[in-house]
Ligand binder design. Structure first.
Ligand code: HEC
Length: 174
């Protein structure tokens, strides 16, 4: 039986000499395709991962840094209209580092804007500025599904956010 098969194969080979060669070629091509595919798959996967982390950064969706406000008077749930910590030394100190960790990457170190986002040294003084500040940090800035600034309500506490405003008061541009 095996001998018979062999004979048929041999005859087939001698009748169509191109056949076995083209088969070998096909096999070579398939093997190459397979190895290449693994390479291509690898590349695609890497690109996908890179794209994913880039996307995350592009949306400003970076893990917010916790702000420790112990030592400050707690403010409760309801949002205050005006900054309860205005001029509070301890709050200003906390606000300085809270700003650097959560806002500086867009609004600039020391609140000096590099042009990506508004310069927060220009916010109006007093309650008027407090209102603009609170409205924006609570809601963020989202237009047509694009996040220009993430919302911070529920992410950072009211206490933490007002410490940032207290610090911003100390770097105001006149
Ligand atoms: C991902 C970048 C990004 C981060 C992070 C960010 N902001 Fe913003 N912020 C913006 C942009 C962009 C605008 C302008 C929004 C617009 O176009 O409506 C803005 C606007 C504001 C405004 C309004 C300014 C004005 O002149 O009306 C305030 C106040 C503000 N941000 C405060 C903060 C604070 C405080 C933090 C940190 C807790 C913060 N932002 C974090 C990008 C950011």
């Amino acid at each position: 039986m095996a001998q018979g098969l062999l004979k048929v194969q041999v005859r087939a080979h001698s009748q169509y000499p191109g056949l076995s060669q083209s088969f070998r070629l096909t096999k070579g091509f398939l093997t190459m395709l397979f190895t290449r595919c693994r390479f291509i798959r690898h590349c695609l996967f890497t690109a996908l991962l890179a794209g994913f982390s880039l996307g995350v950064h592009a949306h400003g969706d970076v893990t917010p840094q916790a702000v420790d406000t112990t030592g400050l008077q707690p403010l409760g749930e309801a949002w205050k209209q005006a900054n309860p910590y205005r001029g509070n030394k301890k709050a200003i100190e906390i606000g300085s580092s809270a700003y650097n960790q959560n806002c500086a990457r867009c609004h600039g170190l020391e609140a000096i804007s590099g042009g990506i986002a508004p310069d927060l040294r220009l916010l109006p003084e007093g309650t008027e500025g407090d209102e603009i500040f609170a409205m924006r940090v609570r809601n963020g800035a989202v237009r047509d599904g694009r996040v220009y600034m993430p919302k911070f309500e529920g992410i950072l506490s009211q206490e933490a956010l007002w410490t940032i405003r207290a610090w911003l008061d100390t770097v105001r541009e006149q």
